[in-house]
Design a protein around this ligand. Sequence first.
Ligand SMILES: [Zn+2]
Length: 142
Amino acid sequence: MVMEYAPGVPLLRPYINQDNEGFWQGVNRQELVFQRCTECGLLVHRPRPMCPRCLSTDREWVRSEGKGVIYSWVNFVYANAAYPGIKVPYSVVVVEMVEGVRIIGNLYDVTPDEVKVGMPVEVVFERIADDLTLPKFKRRIA
Ligand SMILES: [Zn+2]
């Protein structure tokens, strides 16, 4: 199952700023990247202006392997509880990446009744509009 977007309903778009623009530039190249502190090496997601461990503002972007496991999830099955532009049912998952950071996304080609904590997944990139690509996750054979 692939998520369906209702035609005519404005898409929810990321707010891109100086802290997260490297992440979205990576997504546009179909690369999942995470922010890394160049002072202490801590990987951080979501991107932020300062390292939460050493408070350095020096950071770089490093490419993720794109692999992880589902840490948590929620299924949206009732239209009035979901984002109006997305047809139900769909799943929102928290993925724990092999690098140790967690990222929120949608599942691609997995039905809500198949979602399980611990399910191995890998990133895929879905272009949902001419100017918008989103990182999503699909089942991975471990
Ligand atoms: Zn640091």
